[in-house]
Design a protein around this ligand. Structure first.
Ligand code: PAF
Length: 278
């Protein structure tokens, strides 16, 4: 498997492949790969001749230095997981200088309100950092298609709103048998916390199946109280918003598509999830 640390070498290699008419799929990640990432790569490999995965823990999208310094980082383990999918995958594992040059920076974007609520509200400037690095990575790889998980649905919509010529493809959230959404942060959970955390998806499915029977405010209050009734869980937000503009609502107009978005601290670990409601 080819691993590139240098962007010019990757660009040169991809140029050669492009000259042969090969299509390129791209999966940007921050490493700590799990079956969710691998499913994105499988999709990329089935739609494209060449797949590139980037592994770069982007400092500019973290709000807390302790979150950044404790983010799991193990390139060797990631590469052995990738090898099981295909030896053909190209890995791009740059350092910060390779991506940002000598000085890290964040571009300023107007996401037209897509970043106003949920993650955007609770993680100040997070999406400015995400968009900055995604644009830089897309500019290096110049793929035909790029793949992102729907677990980070707000991130997916924001990336789709960037002006790129690249097809941005959203892929279904992968879950453990218990329903817990796969996430690199799950590595930080004990078995006991994981069991408790499975109530996050249970709450979302309960909400979905009762959405037409109750007033939305009463329903979200009841679900929030249920989450907070577990000693190990602390709800940060539970919001129902339309998929296009990501504006919270208390009433559903069934002509539009809606999702419930949730963020919960489980034994201090912040987990997010969402579910399509209609
Ligand atoms: O979803 C992620 O892992 C990151 O936000 C991304 C898209 C790789 C940008 O750093």
């Amino acid at each position: 498997m080819k691993i590139f640390h240098n962007k010019l070498e990757l660009i040169e290699h991809l140029n050669q492949l492009r000259k042969l008419g090969l299509s390129i799929g791209f999966v940007p990640t921050m490493g700590a790969l799990h079956k969710g990432h691998l499913s994105l790569l499988k999709k990329s490999s089935s739609n494209n001749k060449v797949s590139v995965v980037s592994i770069f823990i982007n400092p500019t999208q973290f709000n807390s230095s302790s979150d950044l310094s404790t983010y799991p980082n193990n390139l060797k383990e990631d590469c052995s997981l990738l090898k099981n999918i295909s030896e053909e995958i190209l890995v791009f594992a740059p350092n910060s200088k390779e991506i940002y040059g000598n000085k890290m920076y964040v571009k300023s974007y107007d996401f037209k309100g897509l970043d106003k609520f949920m993650e955007g509200e609770f993680r100040n400037n997070h999406f400015q950092g995400v968009a900055t690095v995604v644009e830089l990575l897309l500019d290096i790889v110049k793929p035909d298609r790029a793949y992102f998980g729907e677990k980070d649905f707000q991130q997916l919509q924001i990336i789709k709103s960037l002006k790129t010529n690249i097809k941005i493809i959203g892929c279904e959230t992968q879950r453990e048998k218990s329903g817990l959404a796969l996430s690199s942060r799950n590595n930080k959970l004990s078995l006991k916390s994981k069991k408790v955390a499975s109530n996050i998806f249970k709450s979302l499915t309960f909400l979905k199946s009762n959405i037409s029977n109750y007033n939305i405010k009463d329903l979200t209050n009841a679900v929030s109280d249920n989450i907070n009734s577990f000693d190990q869980m602390n709800l940060e937000y539970l919001i129902i918003a339309d998929e296009d503009k990501l504006v919270p609502t208390d009433s559903i107009n069934f002509k539009k598509k809606y999702r419930a978005f949730i963020s919960v601290f489980v034994d201090g670990i912040r987990l997010i999830d969402n579910i399509a409601l209609n």
